[in-house]
Design a protein around this ligand. Sequence first.
Ligand code: ADP
Length: 359
Amino acid sequence: MAYLTLKNINKIYPNGYHAVHDFSMEMEKGEFIVFVGPSGCGKSTTLRMIAGLEDISNGEFLIDGKRANEMGPRERGVAMVFQSYALYPQMTVYDNIAFGLELQGADEEYIDERVRKTAAILGLTDYLDRLPRALSGGQRQRVAIGRAIIRKVGVFLMDEPLSNLDAKQRVTMRSEITQIHRETGATTIYVTHDQTEAMTMADRIVVMKDGYVQQIGTPYELYFKPVNVFVAGFIGEPPMNFIRATVNGGAITVGEKKLDLSHKLGAKVSEYEGKEIIFGFRPESIKLGAADQAYVLDADVELTEMLGDNTNVYIRMGDLQSILKVDPHDTPETDTNIEFSVPYENVYLFDAVTEKVIE
Ligand code: ADP
């Protein structure tokens, strides 16, 4: 049985704003779930309803098969780490971590054992006597996480916990949080607007937009089988290229080239005759030069960015602009014309009206 069940969860704020629409999902014990989407899409609201910090307007939330809508935060057995981690400045790391258990009236020996175990997991053993001001940003964030994981809870909730750290610290903390998750085994729900965090940390990702779940899947599924234009464009960096074009004679025209869509659509191509379609391909899924079983295109190189492990090539095809990602040794000259190919299997076609992928 699923550990957490969300059945058609809705949030309508007192001012009438409908922030979350029919969120349904089952989460298994021990899973690492990431909610991702642009700011304002309802991630925190959903997390706060799971935490018991916000009422559920409609729908049902179950923990281990039991209805939890009316349970208080403590009763739910959840711990939460927020974006801004307010540590007590006058207390040592030890006392900051111990605080929650002390409030609960746990005995000294047990608290000491848990603080030391938690500090060991977080690599804070040598810092237990320090005050927060004598720690780096990353260490402070670890103390904040320690305060949450010291209690043995079934569910661990994190709302953008890395947003106050610099880029390098974020990368380090990302793998540390994954490691902590492995060691504690707690079901974890992690909120972020950063697709890289989602892709690198999650067992499964929930992509949200405007209060609606767009797709739930593993990082692999979201990257290779996006259900719509939004997910396809949100996952991956640089994002997928999209070309809008009208189907004419079973083909679309991109720059100088005619691309025969029957290679992708078979007999279904006639359904789209005269209609607009969205042709999508990822910058990294192309090959320079011509190839078989691929759409071959021509483009003018406008700008290149050599990043070390790859080069981003900004191209123009007629009035369309796209980005290609190539090996840095193959970086083309700007203002030249290049040929590249997109294997049929790497092309995604979307209905221009519904923006859903055409299977
Ligand atoms: P996210 O975490 O994805 O950035 P939120 O869940 O914080 O998004 O917010 C979702 C939407 O709900 C936003 O449009 C936000 O302005 C709105 N919202 C959040 N809190 C309240 C509130 N207390 N009253 C009314 N609207 C709110």
